[in-house]
Ligand binder design. Structure first.
Ligand SMILES: [Fe+2]
Length: 154
């Protein structure tokens, strides 16, 4: 099990809540005893990861975050890796479900921790500089973020 810690906080509630949710789904995956449970959790993780990345990219775009192109490329890479992992996870018949689940858990953790610690935390100083705390409370749905403040705060 991994636990979200304050040191992981980017400072944007919508992003931090997503990261907590992603960690929760990985923990759910890890606690699965059966293949059916694991497959369900893996699909949920994939779907949530995709929507989180879209949300994060929308937030970065609306604030003109400078590193957003590179971040988007990394997101696409993580999503592709995760998709391949999920599709191929249980193909080999020789290993027990619990071994497969343990291995995949390790990779999922590595990706989410890398994503948050190596990339997302770089956003913290940027968003901390923004003086308008109300800007942090962006709508939770990606579709609504599209109309966010593009040049609100010079
Ligand atoms: Fe993120």
């Amino acid at each position: 099990m991994i636990t979200w810690r304050e040191e992981m906080a980017v400072g944007v509630p919508a992003i931090d809540d997503d990261h907590k949710a992603l960690i929760g789904i990985i923990n759910e995956f890890e606690s699965c005893q059966t293949r059916t449970c694991a497959e369900r959790a893996a699909k949920k993780l994939y779907a949530y990861t995709r929507s989180h990345f879209r949300r994060e990219e929308a937030i970065q775009a609306s604030f003109n975050y400078p590193d957003r192109e590179r971040q988007a490329a990394e997101h696409a890479q993580i999503a592709a890796n995760l998709e391949t992992l999920i599709k191929t996870a249980f193909l080999g018949k020789s290993r027990s479900d619990s071994d497969v689940i343990a291995d995949i858990t390790k990779l999922m953790r590595q990706w989410i921790v890398d994503h948050v610690i190596k990339h997302d935390l770089k956003m913290r100083p940027f968003f901390r500089k923004i003086q308008r705390p109300e800007d942090f409370f962006l709508p939770p749905l990606v579709s609504k973020i599209g109309i966010g403040p593009a040049h609100h705060h010079p």
